[in-house]
Design a protein around this ligand. Sequence first.
Ligand SMILES: Nc1ncnc2c1ncn2[C@@H]1O[C@H](COP(=O)(O)OP(=O)(O)OP(=O)(O)O)[C@@H](O)[C@H]1O
Length: 300
Amino acid sequence: MGARIEVAGLTKVYGDLTAVDDLTFTVEPGEFFGLLGPNGAGKTTALEMIEGLRHPDAGSVSIDGHDPWKRDPVLQRRLGVQLQSSAFFERLTAREQLATFAALYDVPAARADALLEQVGLEEKADSRVEDLSGGQAQRLSIACALVHDPEVVFLDEPTAALDPQARRNLWDFLRGLNDSGRTVVLTTHYMEEAEVLCDRVAIVDRGRLLELDSPAALVRGLDAPTRISLAPDAIDEAGARAIPGVEEVQVHPDRTILSTRRPAEVLAELARLDALNGLTASGATLEDVFLSLTGRKYRS
Ligand SMILES: Nc1ncnc2c1ncn2[C@@H]1O[C@H](COP(=O)(O)OP(=O)(O)OP(=O)(O)O)[C@@H](O)[C@H]1O
């Protein structure tokens, strides 16, 4: 189950703008793969070419050796593509919507009902799609993409319209899809989403692939300091600066922040000094990776 997706030199040009610029990468079968980048980075354009919905100006996509642009019905059936909610049939209820997709794929209607429950829409089953909230419509569009039990699932900003709680619920659901062996490819502009869900992340900016690796490896590669935050009365500035391994000390009214690349040593010394009051520690995140790659702060 799952499929290998090979993307080579993928390029799309709109007039003066190269929206996708020579993207090359491979998604392994069963992988949870993310295209991460700010708005306008070219993620949707790239994904649509991978799905076979948009024709590349240069380069190629192969899904288990098939070109998705050719729309081979055998391959199509193995792919689940989340459509934008505007692609719903008008005036149908959520249940009818899903049942219609099920019928198109010759899937029993019972499966459609089970999916409604899985995406948390059972209470909205009889609501018309135009009466769903943005987040509910988003979840229905994901259910529609899954109705034929595809091996490869493509999702474009699946949690964009969701509140934080609904986003977390959907993360659990998407992880479940991947745990059962499906290849999942999603685009997101949420760093945290990429960090939490993806086995590997392609960071894209202005159409180009900047870096591709697991979130942990991307962060490790930065060699960025750990920030240790303490209550203001935990230690004075001179005492903090005297700790071997401390590179920088910032004193704020409500906390003192120590930066170090040797956190274990520094924490041991703080413990010896009985200076652990109010301690929290944080390492680098994908936001720091983006900053280091582009010189710009990440703004989604
Ligand atoms: N059909 C089109 N014609 C002209 N320009 C386009 C077209 N589709 C996309 N673009 C441009 O290509 C660039 C990349 O767009 P794309 O939608 O792929 O980015 P994105 O990373 O998915 O961003 P978002 O998260 O905002 O959707 C943008 O500058 C966009 O305006």
